[in-house]
Design a protein around this ligand. Structure first.
Ligand code: FES
Length: 391
């Protein structure tokens, strides 16, 4: 048997197979009818894009709004892709020739999508672009382009326990609210205890819906925790191991976490006190809620190869590479923006990057052959990367 040295192999060799394969497909006789039922179903469940229109806007708190999105018949969209509670939609914002995208968890139930609507909650972000753009510009009638539902922060009975304790902070309640609705509607079978942390009583998102769900369904319990206010009927302070133990059900449970970086940081030390197995802990990374290295450079140059062109842009070491590219008007692919989906996968040709702890979810081969996820990588030096635009 030939003695292959792995390092001498060209990891991109397989891409040369694509033109050959495509020419074989083009020359082949069509045997599957264009409207083959399985293909129709696949297109309905996984459309490349969904053209939607805002049908309702509701102020939720001082700095957040809930938007109802329905199919945009004028753009040929007649139904919505079904989803699992916990998934998100990537919202595309077009500014001139630059398309920026951000993921927003769906807070309506999976059954609602069959009734023709999704709901998402958008909260103002200090210095943010997309959320603030939406809050300033979206109104009833605004046309919106989104992805199909995406994401892995879903309940899986083969992996997750029958009892789930969800620890949420701020707008991190949205995927868990969808899960609670799915439980109440009988789409998901599990018992859910939610510990929902907010700064103040007035900053609790979707309070009314949560209260109604916990009243009408015995499998849903909600505990509100206020960090900056002391009030009767609320837990006070941050969510800690002792608070989780106080409300967790007897026996084994899975812990689902969704919230801002400050919440994850404060929970870091607490988790060891809960004696949970790794698979019992599920974490949703909220878009770009992570920090650069403390010694990150003030300015660097990023040379990027995209669409066959080479371009060098000045960037701050405090921005992720993806964010720096977007700021410079370079269209780079992204979905989750939290290191998980791999959609932004790019080749690091030269230079050094910093990936915050817990966010390096690259395949082993990718780490070895120099591929990075720009959504969660910060430049430490001048770098050169190659991005792979999607069709
Ligand atoms: S956008 Fe999902 S890993 Fe980067």
């Amino acid at each position: 048997m030939a003695d292959h040295n792995l390092d001498s192999l060209d990891p991109m060799a397989f891409t040369r197979l694509i033109p050959t394969r495509e020419s074989h497909f083009a020359a082949a006789e069509a045997r599957i009818p264009a409207d083959y039922p399985a293909n129709r179903l696949a297109a309905a469940l996984h459309p490349a894009y969904q053209h939607l229109v805002v049908s309702e806007v509701k102020a939720e708190t001082k700095d957040s709004r809930v938007y109802t999105l329905v199919p945009d018949g004028d753009m040929g969209c007649t139904s919505l892709a079904y989803f699992d509670a916990g998934q998100y939609l990537c919202v595309y914002i077009e500014e001139g020739s630059v398309v920026t995208q951000r993921p927003y968890s769906i807070l309506s139930s999976p059954r609602d999508s069959l009734c023709g609507f999704y709901k998402i909650c958008v909260k103002a972000v200090e210095g943010g672009f997309v959320s603030n753009h939406i809050l300033e510009n979206w109104c009833v009638g605004t046309k919106v382009r989104t992805s199909a539902p995406l994401g892995e922060f879903t309940y899986e009975p083969l992996r997750d326990c029958e009892n789930v304790v969800a620890v949420c902070g701020g707008s991190g309640i949205t995927p868990i609210l969808s899960l609670a609705k799915a439980i109440a509607e009988g789409t998901e079978e599990l018992s859910l205890t939610v510990l929902y942390g907010s700064r103040l009583e007035e900053s609790i998102i979707c309070r009314q819906e949560l209260d109604i769900l916990s009243e009408k369904c015995e499998n849903i319990k909600v505990v509100y925790v206020l960090s900056h206010e002391e009030k009767e009927g609320y837990e006070r302070g941050f969510i800690t191991a002792s608070k989780i133990k106080k409300y967790a059900p007897e026996g084994k449970y899975s812990l689902f976490m969704c919230g801002p970086e400050a919440m994850y940081k404060s929970l870091e030390g607490e988790l060891s006190g809960l004696s949970l197995e790794r698979k019992q802990v599920r974490r949703e990374v909220q878009s770009e809620c992570f920090a650069p290295a403390p010694d990150s450079p003030v300015s660097v140059n990023i040379t990027v190869k995209a669409h066959g062109e080479l371009k060098t842009v000045a960037a701050s070491g405090k921005d992720t590479i993806l964010r720096a590219l977007e700021k410079a008007g370079v269209a780079a692919p992204s979905h989750c923006r939290g290191g998980e989906c791999g959609y932004c996968r790019s080749r690091l040709v030269s230079g050094k990057v910093y990936i915050p702890e817990g966010l390096d979810m690259r395949r082993l081969a990718d780490s070895r052959y120099g591929y990075i996820h720009p959504c969660c990588s910060f430049p430490l030096t001048d770098i050169e990367i190659e991005v792979f635009p999607k069709r």
